[in-house]
Design a protein around this ligand. Sequence first.
Ligand code: AMP
Ligand code: FE
Ligand code: FE
Ligand code: ZN
Length: 277
Amino acid sequence: MGKADLHTHTTASDGALHATELLKKIKEKGLKTVAITDHDTIKGYLEGKEMAAELGIELIPGVEMTALWNNREVHLLAYMFDENNEDFLMLLRRQKRARILRMGAIVEYLKSTGIDIDLDEIRAESGHGNVGRPHAAAVLIKKGYVGGVSEAFIRYLSSEKLKDIKTEYASIEEVIKITQLAAGVISLAHPGPIYSRKEIEALLEKGLDGIECIHPSHNFNVQRTFKKLAESKNLLITGGSDYHGTGKSDYDPYLGIVTIGEKYIASLKRLSERRKN
Ligand code: AMP
Ligand code: FE
Ligand code: FE
Ligand code: ZN
C-alpha cells in the first residue's frame, strides 16, 4: 500500500514552492497520492495536474477553506469536489475577495500601531497567490519590525490581536453545503491544537464528513483519540503534513513523514461518488 499526503501548500497561497516543485519533492519522498490544499484556492491543484501525471503521482482535488463559526475562522479541508461546479468556484472567488478585504483591514490596524506598510507590498509578497497573514509577516520581517514569523504572529497577526476585524469569509454552514453539493468531501483541519472537545463536537454536528486525525501538531495519543472519535461517529479519517515549504513553517520537516495510508483515499472517493448520483 502506498502513502498519501492530503495537506500541502504552494505559492498559490502561502507556500514557498510552486506546485510543480512541490510535486517533484513529493516524488522524491516516495508518496503515491497527494492533495494540494492551498488556502481558499484550487490554483495550486490546477497548476500541479500536468506534472503529477508526468511523475505518476495521483493528485486529488483539494483546498483548505476558511469558514466562519461563532466569529472564529476555522479551517476545513475539502476534497474530491467537482472542480467545474459553478457554485463551488463562485465560493472560492468570494473567499479570495474576503482575503483581500481582510488584509486591507489588517493593514489599517498595523498602521494604527505606527507601522509603515501598505496593501500593495503585501500583495506583491503573495505573488500570484491568495494573500494571507504569512505574507504580511514577510513584509514586517523585511522592514525590520520583527525578527521572524513567530514574532510577527505573536505581536501583530494572531487571531487575538485581530479579533475586532470583521471578515467576509463564508459561514461554516455555507462552506459545507456548497462543497457537498459539488460532490466534495469535507474534513475538520488540524483540530488538535485549536479546539476543546466540546467545540469539536459542535463543529462536527454542522455536518462535516471527516476529521484530520493525522497532522504534525497531533502527537500519537492525539491521533489515536481523533481516530477513535472519527470511527465512533462513522466519519472519514484524513491527514497530511501541512507542508508550506522550507523555512516557512514548523511543520516543514514532516513532508514524507506525516502521511496516511491509501485506504483512506478510497473512502473519500466512495463518498464523493455517492454524492454525484
Ligand atoms: P491566513 O490564511 O491569513 O488566516 O493565515 C493563516 C496561515 O498563517 C496558516 O495557514 C499558517 O500557514 C500561518 N500561521 C498561522 N499562525 C502562525 C504562527 N503562529 N506562526 C507561523 N505561521 C502561522
Ligand atoms: Fe498556511
Ligand atoms: Fe490550516
Ligand atoms: Zn494548511
